[in-house]
Write a protein that binds this ligand. Structure first.
Ligand SMILES: [Zn+2]
Ligand SMILES: [Zn+2]
Length: 198
């Protein structure tokens, strides 16, 4: 699986030129690429802002968890207000619930519902390469997403616990850098920290 990372305020990842995980803020970075599907890890502005422009450029479809789909367009729920902006209008084509496996040419993505940062946050796991696209649920070095922007710490801790059962070789987080250094240990550290905050 070939992965192209676009880093702006948040990370976006293009998989085999087919699937874009999160859209970022600036659609220009995607120029020259032609994704078929944009999967949004959650509704927040820094991950979704460029989605409508990318759809216009490429005709890509949009997938998002159903619990965050209803929040798209809400300035407060998407944290657009924190950026002094309005939430873009996004009409999802595919609503996710968690538990699905999405099949593409050469790879598959397991959808894991991981509420806590937002209610409809998801992580995506690619079993072949043991890659975890962790959105804003967990970050490297024991980090985790904020839980005061539409989520809560007990859900977040439960979601991180779910991720500790995965065999992860590489973590592709929504913020910070990609890491392949004992990722399960990093996720366990996030879990310990989340439990202390409960
Ligand atoms: Zn977020
Ligand atoms: Zn974010």
């Amino acid at each position: 699986m070939q992965i192209h990372r676009f880093s702006q305020y948040a990370n976006a990842y293009l998989l085999n030129e087919t699937v874009l995980i999160d859209a970022g803020i600036n659609p220009v970075v995607i120029e020259g690429h032609d994704p078929e599907l944009i999967i949004l890890t959650h509704c927040h502005f820094d991950h979704t802002c460029a989605a409508p422009a990318i759809v216009e450029m490429t005709g890509a479809k949009i997938a998002v968890h159903e619990a965050d789909a209803v929040l798209l367009g809400d300035d407060r729920a998407t944290a657009a207000v924190m950026f002094g902006e309005h939430a873009p209008h996004i009409a999802p084509d595919l609503l996710l619930r968690g538990g699905e496996t999405l099949e593409f040419d050469g790879f598959a993505l397991d959808v894991i519902h991981t509420p806590g940062h937002t209610q409809g946050g998801i992580c995506l796991y690619e079993p072949e390469t043991r890659s975890l696209f962790s959105g804003d649920t967990v970050f490297p070095d024991g980090g985790m997403g904020r839980y005061d922007l539409g989520g809560n710490i007990s859900d977040l801790a439960r979601s991180i616990e779910l991720l500790t059962s995965l065999d992860v070789a590489v973590m592709y987080p929504g913020h910070m850098g990609v890491t392949d250094v004992d990722v399960p240990a990093q996720i366990r550290l996030s879990l310990d920290r989340a439990r202390m905050l409960m």
